[in-house]
Ligand binder design. Structure first.
Ligand code: WT7
Length: 635
């Protein structure tokens, strides 16, 4: 069992109200699950027919070369067509696609028509800079509408976007630019966060100094402080979209269903970033179906996914799926507690938000400020809530349910990963909930909790969570590293052909799944995914550090925090100053999310005889627990 565990299995049931049931797209989960199970290809073909295809597929699923599965083979499409173009011919043209509020309180609204025109303009700008089908474009921005516009503009012309979360710093950004080999980068001068400016363009300047690939940088003016603009390399976004080449009409590239749509980097067990690759066809079908069914989004809804577009949650459920299904989304730029801890609750009241999808860490963080803040606001517009990113402890679940949802709004605890592209284990509004459980697999998805041999473990027992059948939004490969893709995800259960999630889980007597946490060297800090190797190599890149180990320790608000253990090089002495310098170094190299909560200087690290750091031992020590079996510990 991992120490990140919060969720004991409980048998407390929460059932949906009559009203929720009346609204639900899917009233009978079991019937739909059975239908999908009986003929998986027919099931996904049926969902795919809700979208436009320039040419229909010849084969729904090609399993001839596992694990390189292909979906909707021979189909021609473009996700940008389904997200925007097709809506312009209907009444959706006049519907709001996006309502946005900046942290300082400025506002923007985009009808589908306006958004379509802006995407076209920017797509033409990219084209004029020589961006072609298959080229990678790196995007590094704050939570502003231009981020979404830039992503869809790439898709429109068949370019592959690689969005880097604005919380990453220069080395992380440089590594990802290098890996993707993108010549064009889209950024902004800065982002507002807690009343301060995060100087993104400065980070970009540092990053491109480390990698020669970037030729052009497009900069959105957001925060307005002076920034360095290098002649012939850097261009203001507003200047470019004002040029005659930036016509509001742009042809949509005809893409193969299996053509790449984006790369999204995530952390794994080595220090090297893993570029998860998703494609146009299967991804658009899967994300749109899951969003409709799980969040039950209707025309009257105002849907708010409070994640960052820089993560998979944002790619799938802020950008693509909401647009494909014609939803009205809300997006907020800044911190939840700025200027006061009621910011989110005020936004819900003011904009009449009906669906709120967020992360346990945000819920716990806001819970800490007390009930008076949300209670000041009329939250009665809410009808559904959602949670993602890590296990939600029953206490936070109940607070979210009672204080925010007033006991009326079911919580969709969606389990999934960057790699899965969309929700995998999740309730639908019509099913009974148990606080802390992501419930059961989405129709068409087959999962189990198994032991090392692949046998299902008995109810209540820890095991490996595996996915036992391909699904349309599955990752296609790791960009530029197909061997790692096979090794990482498909080798543990190669005989059975199952996908290894890296999560430990339990199943209860009702078949409900309880996620315990990661069982590899991945730490979830405030829902962000970090590799211990990444943090360790960040520390070791400091001249004073000879060796480092990082572990995750449970934290009430953030899920886990990082503890780091450093062996110093000869000639360096432990000190408070050095500790601060190392934290600053990690902030600079990787980003604020990777900064250890605690750094300890040690003379030795517990290692196996083969030299592997025993993080289990460090964790036990840090938590004052017995160290367990030390028989493999080095002399
Ligand atoms: C890991 C994937 C999927 C978008 C955000 C995270 C953990 C995710 C849940 C949940 C318990 C969860 C898992 C998973 N996780 N959702 N509802 N309950 N744990 O994507 O950064 O790729 O991380 O997040 O450990 O493997 P990600």
């Amino acid at each position: 069992m991992t120490l990140e565990s919060f969720s004991p299995i409980t048998n407390e049931w929460y059932y949906p109200s009559e009203e929720v049931l009346r609204n639900a797209y899917i009233a009978d989960y079991d019937a739909v699950y059975r239908e999908a199970d009986a003929d998986i290809e027919a099931f996904w073909a049926k969902q795919a027919q809700n979208l436009d295809w320039f040419r229909t597929w010849e084969q729904v699923l090609d399993s001839s070369n596992p694990p390189f599965y292909q979906w909707f083979v021979g189909g021609k499409t473009n996700i940008a067509h389904n997200a925007l173009d097709r809506h312009i011919k209907t009444a959706r043209k006049n519907k709001l696609a996006l309502i946005w509020e900046g942290e300082p309180g400025d506002k923007q609204t985009y009808s589908y028509y306006r958004l379509w025109r802006e995407v076209n303009r920017f797509a033409n700008v990219l084209k004029s800079m020589g961006v072609k089908k298959g080229d990678r474009v790196t995007i590094y921005m704050g939570r502003i509408p231009e981020l979404l516009i830039a992503m869809v503009a790439c898709a429109k012309i068949g370019a592959v976007h690689s969005v880097i979360y604005g919380g990453f710093s220069e080395q992380a950004l440089a590594d990802r630019i290098e890996d993707a080999q993108s010549r064009v980068l889209v950024t902004c001068d800065g982002a507002w966060l807690r009343g301060n400016i995060v100087k993104l363009k400065d980070v970009v300047d540092e990053a491109v100094r480390k990698t020669p690939v970037i030729e052009s940088i497009i900069v959105v003016k957001r925060t307005g402080q002076p920034v360095n603009m290098e002649q012939g390399r850097d261009y203001w976004y507003h200047d470019l979209v004002a040029l005659p080449i930036a016509s509001p009409i742009c042809e949509t590239a005809v893409m193969d269903a299996e053509d790449p749509l984006f790369i999204l980097y995530t952390s794994g067990t080595t220090g090297k970033p893993k570029g998860i690759l998703h494609t146009h066809g299967g991804y658009q079908v899967y994300t749109s179906t899951t969003l409709s069914w799980v969040f039950d989004v209707k025309d009257e809804d105002r849907y708010w996914c409070a994640a960052d577009p820089g993560w998979i949650t944002g790619h799938s459920y802020i950008v693509y799926a909401p647009l494909i299904i014609g939803a009205t989304s809300f997006m907020y730029e800044g911190a939840p507690n700025h200027p006061y801890p009621n910011r989110w609750w005020r936004l819900i009241e003011e904009y009449g938000i009906t669906i709120l999808y967020t992360a346990p860490t945000a819920i716990r963080g806001l819970m800490r400020f007390g009930d008076a803040w949300p209670n000041r606001h009329d939250l009665s517009s809410l009808r559904l809530l959602g949670s993602v990113g890590e296990p939600i402890n029953p206490e936070a679940w109940k607070w979210f349910y009672n204080v925010i949802g007033k006991g009326r709004c079911p919580i969709m605890d969606t389990w999934w990963q960057t790699e899965t592209g969309g929700f995998m284990i999740t309730p639908l509004p019509s099913v009974g909930l148990k606080p802390g459980s992501a419930t059961r697999p989405f129709p068409g998805i087959k999962v189990d909790v198994v032991d090392e041999a692949g046998d299902p473990v008995p109810p209540g027992t820890d095991g490996n969570l595996v996915i036992q059948r391909p699904w349309p939004a599955m990752l296609r490969t790791i960009y530029g590293d197909p061997d790692r893709f096979v090794k990482q995800y498909w080798s543990a259960y190669a005989k059975q052909g199952w996908y290894l999630t890296g999560d430990t889980a339990r199943k209860d007597e009702d078949g409900y799944i309880w996620i315990i946490g990661r069982n590899d060297d991945v730490i979830k800090v405030s829902g962000y995914r970090l590799g211990t190797a990444e943090i360790e190599s960040g520390l070791v890149s400091h001249p004073a550090v000879a060796e480092a180990a990082a572990i995750g320790i449970p934290d009430e608000v953030r899920g886990s925090v990082i503890y780091a253990y450093c062996i110093l090089r000869a000639g360096h002495q432990p000190s408070e100053e050095l500790r601060d310098a190392l934290k600053e170094h990690v902030r600079h190299e990787i980003g604020p999310i990777a900064v250890p909560a605690k750094i300890e200087f040690v003379d030795v690290l517990p290692k196996t005889r083969s030299g592997k750091i025993m993080r289990r031992v460090l964790r036990a020590r840090a938590m004052g627990q017995p160290e367990g079996d030390l028989s493999t510990l080095e002399g």
